[in-house]
Design a protein around this ligand. Sequence first.
Ligand code: HEM
Length: 560
Amino acid sequence: MSTLTSEPQTGAALATSSSSFYYLLIPALALWYVYWNVSRKRFYQLAEKIPGPKGYPLIGNALELVGKAPAIFKSVYKKSFEYGDVIKLWVGPKLLVFLMDPSDAEIILNSHVHIDKSPEYRFFKPWLGNGLLISTGEKWRAHRKLIAPTFHLNVLKSFIDLFNANSRDTVQKLKKELGKEFDCHDYMSEATVEILLETAMGVSKKTQDQSGFDYAMAVMKMCDIIHLRHTKFWLRPDMIFNFTKYGNVQEKLINTIHSLTRKVIKRKKADFMQGIRGSTAEVPEELKSKNQEKQDAKNKTVVEGLSYGQSAGLKDDLDVDDNDIGEKKRMAFLDLMIEASQNGVVINDEEIKEQVDTIMFEGHDTTAAGSSFFLSMMGIHPHIQQKVVQELHEIFGDSDRPATFADTLEMKYLERCLMETLRMYPPVPIIARQINQDIKLASSNLTVPAGATVVIGTFKIHRQEKIYPNPEKFDPDNFLPEKSANRHYYAFIPFSAGPRSCVGRKYAMLKLKILLSTILRNYVVKSDLKEKDFQLQGDIILKRAEGFKIKLEPRKTLKA
Ligand code: HEM
């Protein structure tokens, strides 16, 4: 009020008041800076002991993260050889500590305390909201408990016919590429989106007016933007980002992505109201599994270890016994979400949307990258491909029958090739957590101070010479049972591990085995490129910047 009634100030009075403002501001800032430094004394002392490249005042090592994505990936990986298994980087005032020893990764990943994602995951928020990937605390715990059982093996077995039907569709679509060099990632993305729609979401892809491909491309571009915000520091504050062209593009991409998820939920709810449960996707008669097969599949429940993507001996909430899961909970993902929401307590409509967005993203981009790297490896190593095909011949003979669950358990060599692909090219190359308590490491005497961001370097752990002799060589025998048994459990963590491990681990393995075996039963994969030509880029999901170029030829017979 006083400003309205007071006399207008003269120019001289204004100058005096603004200069006294600065007289006060400068010492206040200096005091705040001293206080901030003193309060972080212990933080700095602990950080000081951790080895890492020398940085510049104020910006620290931020320049290490400047440049094009493949160049950054290459230079950071190269730098990692100059230090030990624990490396620090300063990005401005932010301390990043990279852990590359399995025993240190275990401390973080096996903990129920260090489950908070690093602040960088907030860039996903406009897209994934508070979905499982980024939520924390009680919300994460409650939703994880709800969602994990929907990826139990018994639910997954009911997807086998749809995995087969979609794999055959992919083989059909690939026909037009025969004899040419093409990017198989486009096809793998479309296939993985459509499979998710028909299985976890339970809607027919035919009822979607937007193609899986458009959705997958929008997701890929979103990842590019988020990665840009990780590395280009001026794009971090929303206030700046929203006014750049990237902010504009992001808004359009999110519209494309959310319009698919909204339609999926609307359709599923309409089905639910009509009493329809389970997937409404159609499976051709010849691909429907017979009752006996279903019974056999039901009886084969307990499968441990590599078949489902992790070291033998590691257990998580996906490994619970069949008996521990009530009949009611044995539903596919979106069926259960909608049913649970009917009483509005466990999960509301907005939360369902966030979880659908999360599963659609986590469930497709990771498997698209994994399958594309697998096909690249088959093309580069024809003798290994031949051994996979030999095994498929032993399982299927000359029949073109669909794969059963029991068949997938016989695909031992294909499984080892898949594991080796996930070792060398883990689709999620790093995992970052915010640390709220000091952590004494196991591999050394170092302590990571509370307040730091810990980065588990999965890509690097998987290429440690002390764990995998000759780590840059693609060698499926790294996953022979006797070799796996002698390794640290956390030496192979493509799906992370512990309480926040990937809920889609078993889904991914089962689907990949059916999709990839179907492709190899129909086509010979060839490649003119070698691994050394790969330009890896780790923008959220590990990719080949040049695209996943391969060639296909029709396979006349599975016989060697
Ligand atoms: C080859 C395929 C896959 C790989 C390599 C993979 C890898 C991972 C990794 C490393 C994490 C932990 C990420 C982190 O902590 O930042 C994760 C989390 C997650 N994944 Fe996967 N994933 C795959 C497939 C899938 C599939 C098929 C689904 C769903 C259908 C899925 C759903 C999720 C979800 C919901 C989370 C968050 C779990 C939580 O925080 O509780 N993933 N995945």
